[in-house]
Design a protein around this ligand. Structure first.
Ligand SMILES: C[S@@+](CC[C@H](N)C(=O)[O-])C[C@H]1O[C@@H](n2cnc3c(N)ncnc32)[C@H](O)[C@@H]1O
Length: 329
């Protein structure tokens, strides 16, 4: 479904000017509000002017491709088929990647092409949080198209197994592997966040970027991390906390969930500049939606547009975190 498609183009120049002049989150949020107020066909779908009110409606659930979404899973889970489309059609848009590069600036690891919010800052923190090296095995859960795990395997010298429920993501990751590491150092398999199919205690470290919140049962997904890790092995993930939850799927604090799964929290750090960078990317999507549509077709373009309109205004109410935990030794 499309919210007000065709009306966004006229405000693009103004939005761009606001980003160039100020670049601050407040300006971005105001720009969203202006854009939303002027373009919504169905005001009920989005909280115009009320930036903290979540905007899920049952009609939107199956439309959420959410590359880079900050929200928890909706009551009806997003399907692997939705991600197949994201990793397939959408990922073939050179324009989408160019806009990501523009939005994230020098912090953007272009070679990685993350399907999420991974920056050089995040990659650096992953290196220090995972503490792995040659001879170790890193497991990347919900690896998507594999970029962040492959970059980290190359940087640290580990072997890598990536797991994702999207066959299209797994195939894309497999095809990219040799650009980063020798063939025998990386493989990718289809599996679930809560059921990877890998043996007990086989991983020296586990990674999960911008994905754990898609698990319908978060504790089951964290228990899978615990099962996979060797004793004292470390787990690094990125996910938001919603300080004032208004939906059952919002997570105000990941710590009790980690503890329920038998994991110990080591650190939580705010990911810097995320709201500003992601907000800028969403505005660029909206500004260039017609050109994106020409590259990826209506279904994918509608999903990107719906995400930008729905998630963008909520960015201020979520705290993006990089969290390090460990299995007790
Ligand atoms: C936003 S992408 C992040 C991909 C990758 N971690 C990255 O940063 O580039 C979310 C990924 O989670 C995967 N995913 C969502 N729910 C899943 C589940 N229950 N089991 C396995 N993978 C899942 C999707 O297929 C998608 O590849």
């Amino acid at each position: 479904m499309s919210l007000g498609s065709g009306k966004s183009g006229g405000t693009g120049h103004n939005l761009n000017s606001q980003i160039d002049l100020a670049g601050g989150v407040l300006i971005l949020v105001n720009a969203y509000r202006d854009q939303l107020e002027h373009t919504l066909d169905r005001p009920d779908d989005v909280a115009t002017g009320a930036m903290c009110r979540p905007t899920y409606s049952p009609a939107l659930m199956d439309e959420d491709s959410l590359p880079g979404a900050l929200s928890g899973p909706p009551p009806r889970p997003i399907s692997a088929a939705t991600f197949n489309q994201a990793h397939g059609v959408t990922a073939h848009s050179e324009l989408v990647w160019r806009l990501a590069e523009q939005a994230y600036g020098e912090d953007y690891p272009a070679e990685v092409r993350p399907w999420g919010m991974t920056t050089f800052w995040v990659l650096g923190r992953c290196v220090s949080g995972l503490r792995v090296g040659p001879g170790h095995l890193l497991v990347d859960l919900a690896c998507g198209r594999g970029g962040p795990g492959l970059w980290l395997a190359r940087a640290t010298g580990t072997s890598l197994i990536g797991v994702d429920w999207s066959i299209v993501g797994v195939e894309a990751a497999s095809a990219r592997a040799s650009h980063f590491v020798p063939a025998d150092r990386a493989r990718f398999i289809v599996g679930d966040l809560a059921a990877s199919g890998l043996p007990d205690a086989s991983a020296d470290a586990v990674l999960c970027l911008d994905s754990i919140f898609f698990a319908t049962d978060r504790i089951a997904a964290l228990r899978e991390v615990h099962r996979l890790l060797r004793p004292a092995g470390r787990y690094v993930f990125t996910a938001p906390e919603v300080r004032t939850p208004t939906q059952p799927f919002h997570v105000p604090d990941w710590t009790p969930l980690l503890e329920a799964a038998g994991l110990e929290l080591e650190s939580k750090e705010a990911v810097p500049r995320q709201a500003e960078q992601l907000g800028r990317m969403y505005l660029l999507w909206l500004e260039h939606i017609d050109a994106i549509r020409a590259e990826v077709g209506d279904a994918s373009a509608d999903r990107l547009e719906a995400e930008a309109r729905r998630v963008g205004p909520l960015l201020k109410s979520r705290e993006p975190l990089l969290i390090v935990a460990r299995r007790p030794g």
